[in-house]
Design a protein around this ligand. Structure first.
Ligand SMILES: [Fe+2]
Ligand SMILES: [Fe+2]
Length: 343
């Protein structure tokens, strides 16, 4: 079971099943949402679509003026955090389409492809931020961090291992582990980065940046839901896959994800970022990791952390946080705002 190699179905496959046999398996790829096998995927696909937004609608003029007044540690943490997020969103543009090739349920593939599209919006939002807030030379420096900062380079090389392992050998076990790695990617790796921007916003600094991050964060919540649901479906459909060995491996992955996140925050802040002492950040990352594994029925890796140590960070991340700033911006939620005259 765990070593079953997954295959793509033929593109023209008239003998294929009317409904997919499961998350993986034989498929005709025919997208028929009504009556589809996974109604949650149909609902999630529609929800994700309705959250379309445009980064350039967020005005960053005030952020440009404020950036120069930040302390050196605030400035360098802001830029290095962006350097990491740029890499994460860029690879998440590529990954969902690869995964989708092995998914038998087209409604789940629709969610993955929609996710990839939204990751392009996120990557665009960082470009918008950097071109608005800093000079071109600084912007170029940030775009080099993913491979030139020694800590970040090592981390990035390690975090793609489950992705490359699956592509080298697309077994069902590697597929499931990659989906779990995506739960950690969408639900842990971005979140201490968000904490940096929401901490600044709590001091009324870089509020345009925080607004962009709120919209990113809302999308990441959908992506987290997507991978969580895929793993849950696999747990139901192939329970024999989830051996004690695999669960121990996932526990190690979750612990490593948290450790890497904490080490990165230590490297960029040295514990000197106002409002985010290292022990609070570490507890927040541990708490967040616990929250991500709980819906999968897995034991909390950090059971000693039983409450959110930074609840205000999550409150600042909600879409209605910082209302004054939010409503001063132009409308940022779009629903079916298509104008074909532009095409
Ligand atoms: Fe993203
Ligand atoms: Fe994402």
């Amino acid at each position: 079971m765990s070593t079953t190699i997954l295959h793509r179905s033929p593109l023209f496959h008239p003998e294929g099943p009317t409904r997919p046999p499961g998350v993986v398996g034989d498929s005709t790829y025919l997208l028929e949402l009504t009556g589809c096998r996974y109604p949650w995927a149909d609902a999630l696909y529609r929800k994700m679509r309705n959250l379309f937004w445009k980064p350039d609608d967020v005005n960053l003029v005030q952020d440009h003026a404020q950036f120069a007044k930040l302390t050196p540690i605030e400035r360098s943490t802001y830029l290095q955090t962006l350097g990491f997020l740029i890499y994460l969103d860029s690879i998440q543009i590529q990954n969902p389409a690869w995964l989708a090739q092995y998914i038998a349920a087209p409604e789940i593939s629709a969610c993955l492809i929609t996710q990839a599209f939204f990751e392009t919006i996120h990557a665009q939002s960082y470009d918008h931020l950097l071109s608005s807030v800093v000079d071109p030379a600084t912007r170029a420096d940030v775009y080099r961090l993913w491979r030139e900062h020694p800590v970040l380079r090592k981390r990035n090389a390690e975090l793609v291992e489950p992705y490359e392992t699956f592509h080298a050998e697309p077994t069902l076990e590697h597929f499931a582990t990659l989906c779990f790695a995506d739960v950690l990617m969408e639900g842990v790796y971005f979140w201490s980065g968000f904490a940096v921007f929401f901490t600044l916003a709590s001091r009324q600094q870089m509020t345009g940046t925080a607004q962009l991050m709120r919209q990113n964060r809302r999308d990441e919540q959908q992506h987290l839901a997507l991978y969580t649901q895929i793993v849950r479906a696999l747990q139901t459909e192939t329970p024999e896959l989830f051996t004690a060995d695999l669960l121990a491996k996932w526990d190690r992955l979750a612990r490593a994800a948290a450790a890497h996140e904490i080490a990165w925050m230590k490297a960029i802040t040295g514990g000197n970022f106002p409002g985010l002492p290292l022990e609070h950040i570490a507890a927040y990352i541990h708490w967040t990791t616990n929250q991500r594994v709980r819906p999968l029925g897995l034991p909390a890796p950090f059971s000693e952390i039983t409450r959110n140590p930074l609840p205000w960070v999550d409150r600042m991340g909600e879409m209605n946080a910082g209302k004054a700033d939010f409503f001063e911006q132009s409308v940022v939620n779009y629903q079916d705002d298509l104008d074909f005259s532009d095409l």
